[in-house]
Ligand binder design. Structure first.
Ligand SMILES: Cc1ncc(COP(=O)(O)O)c(C=O)c1O
Length: 379
């Protein structure tokens, strides 16, 4: 049976990985500055992770949400401690889209409203409400178009005010650093005013931290760079270091009700073991400090390269903007230098999303290759 052909593929076949490197069938080593799309947080095949997942699968890999699962409680406690989101509640699911779908659903249940405000170039996943809140008509099927969503420009505070004061908006959903869209951020005043407008209008402020969460921005959550209190925070990607797990953190003022949300696989034993190994490693290895140190180093070197017109993002969620489209450059980096990088909707932007364990030597290796390619373009 052929695979349904929806992904344009690079011709590389990874068969193993360790730390910041991925290896193909010929044992060629690739430097992973893409982290499998911001998923690899503590590094490939980290021993803590391998041990935790191996031990768990050999004892109890899965049982449903109808029984007690102390691993979920342990995961929630650890997440509360490391994130500083005191007294929030955790609902576990399996992916980023599912996290946002549940966040939007919860907002609608609790406010009794149904319209969503989202932002230009935002990406929230491919399920029903999440894709409708995503600013990409190419991935919104007619069945999703029935959702009521208003897309505004980032920083358009008057627009947000006008829409929220109409009284029918259940949620404003935002990525505090846009991922797929190209690393754009709004101003602190904008985020803080949106937060206040949400509180004044019985509207939930949803922080989509699926990509920017788990330390990637240099704080546990990207919204923590601002003075805001989201009602719901959605997480996935880095949470499981490759094991499919997602979730929403729910403000303590929001009451649960049996049956309101649910899932078969979400929060299973194996997923919790993976999620706990990630949190324990972030703590033990002080990875958020490493994110800040490596980000500073990366940006300081990037600033010395004149062809880089703009450096976007924060922490290890960075974008290098050029005045040309980077598709060919990414191919050269992969095929000639064995370095994975990411692209964005902004075709002139190279995305950098490495494991949070990256070291200076890896950054030096990247810039050496980049400079060589940029010189070749100019000759
Ligand atoms: C900010 C953001 N939200 C949601 C998603 C969707 O996550 P998933 O692909 O796990 O459904 C993504 C994926 O790239 C994302 O970057």
């Amino acid at each position: 049976m052929p695979l349904f052909d929806v992904y344009p593929l690079y011709n590389v076949t990874p068969v193993s990985a360790k730390g910041i490197h991925v290896y193909d069938e010929n044992n060629t080593e690739y430097l992973d500055l893409y982290g499998g799309h911001a998923v690899i947080s503590i590094g490939h095949a980290h021993p803590n992770y391998v041990d935790a997942v191996t031990n768990q699968v050999s004892t109890l890999g899965f049982y449903s949400n109808a029984i007690q699962n102390p691993l979920q409680v342990e995961l929630a406690d650890k997440l509360e401690t490391l994130s500083g989101c005191k007294d929030y509640n955790l609902f576990l699911c399996n992916s980023g889209a599912e996290a946002n779908e549940n966040a939007l659903k919860l907002a609608s249940f609790k406010t009794g409203k149904s319209r969503v405000v989202a932002f230009k170039n935002g990406f929230h996943g491919r399920t029903s409400a999440a894709v409708a809140a995503t600013d990409n008509p190419n991935i919104i099927a007619p069945i999703n178009a029935q959702q009521e969503v208003t897309i505004l420009e980032l920083n358009d505070i008057e627009g947000v005010k006008t829409e929220l004061e109409k009284g029918d908006v259940c949620a404003v959903i935002v990525e505090f650093i846009q991922g797929v869209g190209g690393l754009d951020q709004a101003t602190a005043e904008f985020y803080e005013q949106v937060d206040a407008l949400c509180k004044a209008n019985n509207t939930y402020f949803i922080a989509d931290e699926v990509q920017s969460g788990y330390g990637r921005s240099g704080k546990f959550f990207a919204f923590q760079h601002y003075n805001v209190t989201p009602e719901v925070i959605s997480v996935a990607k880095g949470m499981g270091n490759g094991f499919p797990i997602g979730g929403i953190l729910i403000h303590p003022s929001i009451e649960a009700k049996y049956g309101m949300l649910g899932t078969t696989f979400g929060g299973n034993h194996l997923a919790c073991a993976a999620g706990l190994a990630v949190l324990n490693t972030i703590e033990e290895e002080q990875l958020i400090d490493n994110v800040n140190a490596m980000s500073e180093y990366f940006i300081s070197v990037a600033k010395t390269i004149p062809q880089i017109k703009n450096i976007k993002g924060r922490g290890l969620m960075l974008g290098l903007e050029f005045d040309f489209e980077v598709g060919d450059l990414r191919k050269k980096l992969i095929y000639d230098h064995h370095i994975f990088t990411g692209g964005a909707s902004n075709k002139k932007l190279l995305r950098i999303l490495p494991p949070l364990t990256i070291k200076k030597e890896h950054i030096d290796q990247f810039f050496k290759a980049l400079k060589k390619e940029l010189e070749a373009v100019e000759v």
